[in-house]
Every structure is written in structure tokens, then in C-alpha cells.
Design a protein around this ligand. Structure first.
Ligand code: XIL
Length: 352
């Protein structure tokens, strides 16, 4: 009753105003909840980001797989089909059949494509594994040029060089046949890629570069800083971000993203998977997604496969859909986090 009686004075007008305001605010919140993205790609697009997956050409005929992939993702990476062994099985003979299948599926469905990967110590064709020195340097540069030319104008970003640094505390380059052609092999690859496809963003991609304090992270950071200072064409850094109990999501992950971004490059999470299940896996996905959303130049996230059973680490059930294609708790937390947004709105950067 006392509340009612106060209903005729100034206090009542205040209360009424508060009530109206509350209604308006609730209305706005309800409105935005309705407008929230119901798929990963729609939710990521609310903040100008993409959400991608790796695709295996051999699974595209599986309709459960392709339906989920088409519905949820708008950035596609070929899991293996654009790698050196797939695209140049014999020296000077290029095969784009499987890579083109993925590219065409993506483009026909209105998606963008991340190219993966032009130069890498792993998954080299046999003929290249046995090469060294200037012969190998020339073969590598020719490979970069030919493949980037074939896909010219169709690739959003290329992983030009993949995994060139050693794990552990040394911060050294990985000892590979490519590294033995000379320390400048990475920048040579980037220059060749830029010349072949000036419209693609050019990325350096690696794993175990998530913890800001790790020597490998610092080494990649210093290389990118040096490239930017000397005008070597580099536009982005990819963090693969394969996580498991031995290599968990670090608490300083956002610092890593923002530190790379501060060098003037985009940052992309390129191969995300997090082993685990249930609420702890969901929480780890939330942390990763939130960190990206909080860094304006973190422009997108790609998970490394669709269902757990499609994963290269299927035993760790590291993905967002279970083997039957059902959404996992990790999916829900990823979607909700994307819909809630972050503090970093990406500034669209002109293509190089
Ligand atoms: C993996 C694929 O998922 C597997 O199918 C393949 O057998 C090996 O390569 N880092 C990368 C990816 O950059 O290309 C790797 O993909 C996973 C680790």
C-alpha cells in the first residue's frame, strides 16, 4: 500500500520513468537477443569476423558433414589438399584436382578460402624431401609462384610459410631442408607469394605460439617485427592453437594476440581444436573466442574440422560437433560468446 500511496508524488514520476526505462532497456536486450546469430558464421559476422573450418575433400559427399559445414562456417581451409605434396606430386607437375574441389565448393556456397600452405618442412612430396641447397630454394620458390598463381584472386589469405620455428626454449628456426637453403628463405617465399597474388593476405602460421612468454612465440614475434621494419610483405600471423592438457589455453593468450596485432598485422586463429569434453572444454573455447573478440585485429577463427570424428586428433574429441553431428557444449559456449561480443571491433584493413 505504501508504494501505491507514493504513486502521486515526484517519487512516483521517478519510479514511472525508471519503469519505462527498464522496459525500453529490456526491449532492446530482447531485440538484440532475437537478432543474435544462430550459426557460428552469423554470430561472428556481427562483429565483422569470420568463422571457418578445415574441410577434407573426401568428406564433402557426406551430407551430414557438408550440411553442417555449409550452415555454420564462412571461411574454408583445405585440410591437406593444397599442401606441397598434394599440389606438386612430381617436380614441375602440378595437380589441383582436390584443392579445386574444396575451393569450388567454398566459392559456390559463398564462402572465402584460406590457402594452406605454400612452404612447409612437412608433407613435402618425396622428390622435394631429398633436395637441398640452391636447387631446393629454386624448387620451393617455383612451387610458391605456381600454386599462388593458380589460385590468384580466389584466396583470402595464404599460409605462406608454416611451422618454421623449433619448439622449446631456443627460439631458433627449425632445422629443415628449407631452412638449410639460407635464413632468408621465409622472406623469399613471402616475396614470391606477393608477386604471384598481390590480392591475398600473406600469413606466417605456427603452433605453440600461443603463450606470450614462450621462446617460440617471441621468436616469431621478432621475425614479424623485423619483416615489418624491412618491408617484407607480411599481412597476418596465424596461431594454429591446437590445445590439450599438455598444451592448455594460456592465460596470456589475449596478450599474444594483441601483441602481434600491435605490429600492424592481422591475427587469425587458424586451426583451433581443444581436446576435452563437457563444461571444461566449453570454457576453454569461451576463453579463446573471447580473447579474439577483444582484439580488434583478430579477424577470424577457424576450427580444424567439423565433427570430432573428422579430427586429426579424433581421440581427444576436440571439435564443436560430436560424431553424429550434434552440437556440443563447446559449440553453445562458442556461439554465445560470439553473440555477446567483445571490446575489439575489427577495423577492416584494405587488401594489400
Ligand atoms: C594435419 C591434417 O589434419 C592431417 O589430416 C594430416 O594427416 C596431417 O596434417 N598443423 C598444420 C596442419 O598446419 O596442416 C596439420 O594438419 C595439423 C598441424
Amino acid at each position: 500500500m505504501s508504494k501505491l500511496r507514493r504513486g502521486s508524488g515526484r517519487g512516483a514520476r521517478c519510479a514511472a520513468a525508471v519503469a519505462v526505462l527498464t522496459l525500453v532497456v529490456t526491449g532492446v536486450a530482447a531485440g538484440s537477443a532475437q537478432a543474435a546469430g544462430s550459426t557460428l558464421q552469423a554470430a561472428a559476422a556481427e562483429s565483422g569476423r569470420y568463422f571457418g573450418t578445415a574441410i577434407a575433400a573426401g568428406r564433402l559427399n557426406d551430407s551430414t558433414y557438408s550440411t553442417i559445414a555449409n550452415r555454420e562456417f564462412n571461411m574454408i581451409t583445405a585440410e591437406n589438399e593444397m599442401k606441397m605434396d598434394a599440389t606438386e606430386p612430381n617436380r614441375g607437375q602440378f595437380n589441383y584436382t582436390q584443392g579445386d574441389r574444396i575451393l569450388n565448393w567454398a566459392l559456390q556456397n559463398g564462402k572465402q578460402v584460406r590457402g594452406h600452405a605454400l612452404a612447409w618442412h612437412s608433407q613435402q612430396p618425396g622428390w622435394m624431401q631429398n633436395m637441398e641447397g640452391s636447387d631446393l630454394r629454386q624448387a620451393m620458390l617455383n612451387h610458391v609462384t605456381q600454386v599462388a598463381t593458380h589460385y590468384k584472386g580466389k584466396i583470402y589469405a595464404w599460409d605462406v610459410v608454416n611451422e618454421a620455428f623449433q619448439d622449446g626454449s631456443s627460439g631458433a628456426r627449425r632445422n629443415s631442408n628449407l631452412q638449410r637453403t639460407g635464413n632468408d628463405w621465409i622472406e623469399a617465399a613471402f616475396r614470391a607469394a606477393r608477386a604471384a597474388d598481390p590480392g591475398a593476405k600473406l600469413c606466417y602460421n605456427d603452433y605453440n605460439t600461443d603463450d606470450w612468454t614462450h621462446a617460440k612465440t617471441q621468436a616469431v614475434y621478432n621475425m614479424v617485427k623485423d619483416f615489418k621494419a624491412r618491408g617484407v610483405p607480411i599481412d597476418c600471423v596465424g596461431l594454429q592453437s591446437h590445445f590439450n592438457p599438455q598444451s592448455p589455453v594460456p592465460n596470456n593468450y589475449q596478450t599474444t594476440l594483441s601483441s602481434f596485432a600491435a605490429l600492424g598485422v592481422d591475427v587469425q586463429i587458424t586451426e583451433l581444436d581443444i581436446e576435452g569434453s563437457g563444461s571444461s572444454q566449453a570454457e576453454n573455447y569461451r576463453k579463446v573466442v573471447q580473447a579474439c573478440l577483444n582484439v580488434s585485429r583478430c579477424t577470424g577463427i577457424t576450427v580444424w574440422g567439423v565433427r570430432d570424428t573428422d579430427s586429426w586428433r579424433s581421440g581427444g574429441t576436440p571439435l564443436l560437433f560430436d560424431g553424429s553431428g550434434n552440437k556440443k557444449a563447446a559449440y553453445t559456449s562458442t556461439l554465445n560468446t560470439l553473440n555477446a561480443g567483445g571490446t575489439g571491433t575489427p577495423t577492416p584493413t584494405p587488401t594489400p
